[in-house]
Design a protein around this ligand. Structure first.
Ligand code: HEC
Ligand code: HEC
Length: 166
C-alpha cells in the first residue's frame, strides 16, 4: 500500500515537471512565432479576426483549361448537397456511361473504369468512386498566397524558342 503511494507521488511529480517544461516551451514558442514566423493571419495568434465573407462557387458551366494533360478537370458547376456515399453517388447520375445520353454531361473517362492493374472494368472503379478526392469546384475567393506556376507550353517555348505546342 505504502509502496503504491510512493509510486503515485513520484508519478505526479514527473507529470508536474513535464507540464512545467511544456509551459515554458510553449511560452518561448509563442514569442518566437510572433516575431519571425510568416503566417496567413498577419496578426498575432491571441487575437480573433472577423472571418472573411464566404466565397461564391463558380457555376458557369464552362470548361476550364487543364494546366497539364493528367489534371482532373475542375468542376464547372455547383455541387451543393450532392450526396456521395456507400449507397448513392449523385455525380454518377449524370456522368456515368448510361446517364450521359439524358444529362449530356461528359462521361467519366476510361481511366475511371481501370483497376490498379490497368484492367478496364465494367463499372467505375472503387478508387475513382469518391469524385471529390480529385475534382473540385472553384470559388471567387482571392488567392491567399502568390503562385508562380507556369504552363508546360510556356516552359517548352522557353527551352525551344519558336516551337509551337498544341
Ligand atoms: C445534374 C447533372 C450533373 C450532376 C449531378 C453532376 N454533374 Fe458534373 N457536369 C454536368 C454537365 C452537364 C457538365 C458539362 C458542363 C456544364 O454544363 O456544367 C458537367 C461537367 C463536369 C466536369 C467538367 C468536365 C470537363 O471536361 O471539364 C466535372 C469534372 C464534373 N462535372 C464533375 C462532377 C462531380 C464530381 C459531380 C458530383 C459532385 C458532378 N459533376 C455532378 C452535369 C452534372
Ligand atoms: C483519383 C482521382 C480521380 C477520381 C476519384 C475521379 N476522377 Fe475524374 N478524372 C481524373 C483525372 C486525372 C481526369 C483526367 C484524365 C483522365 O481522364 O483520366 C479525370 C477526368 C474526368 C472527367 C472528364 C472526362 C473527359 O473525357 O473529358 C470527368 C467528367 C470526370 N473525371 C468525372 C468524375 C466523376 C463523376 C468522378 C466520381 C465518380 C470522378 N471523376 C472521380 C481523376 C479522378
Amino acid at each position: 500500500m505504502r509502496h503504491q503511494d510512493r509510486q503515485g507521488l513520484s508519478a505526479r511529480a514527473v507529470l508536474l515537471a513535464c507540464a512545467a517544461v511544456l509551459a515554458t516551451a510553449l511560452a518561448a514558442g509563442s514569442v518566437i512565432a510572433a516575431d519571425t514566423t510568416a503566417t496567413l493571419r498577419k496578426d498575432d495568434i491571441t487575437s480573433q479576426k472577423a472571418p472573411p465573407p464566404m466565397a461564391r462557387v463558380e457555376n458557369r458551366d464552362l470548361k476550364r483549361a487543364r494546366n497539364y494533360p493528367e489534371q482532373p478537370p475542375t468542376i464547372p458547376h455547383q455541387i451543393r448537397d450532392y450526396q456521395i456515399d456507400r449507397n448513392v453517388n449523385k455525380c454518377l447520375t449524370c456522368h456515368s456511361r448510361t446517364a450521359v445520353e439524358q444529362s449530356q454531361a461528359p462521361m467519366v473517362s476510361v481511366t475511371h473504369f481501370m483497376d490498379r492493374d490497368g484492367q478496364v472494368r465494367g463499372a467505375v472503379s472503387p478508387r475513382r468512386y469518391f469524385c471529390l478526392q480529385c475534382h473540385v469546384p472553384q470559388t471567387d475567393a482571392k488567392p491567399l498566397v502568390g503562385n508562380t506556376f507556369r504552363d508546360v507550353d510556356a516552359v517548352i517555348q522557353e527551352a525551344i524558342p519558336g516551337r509551337k505546342e498544341n
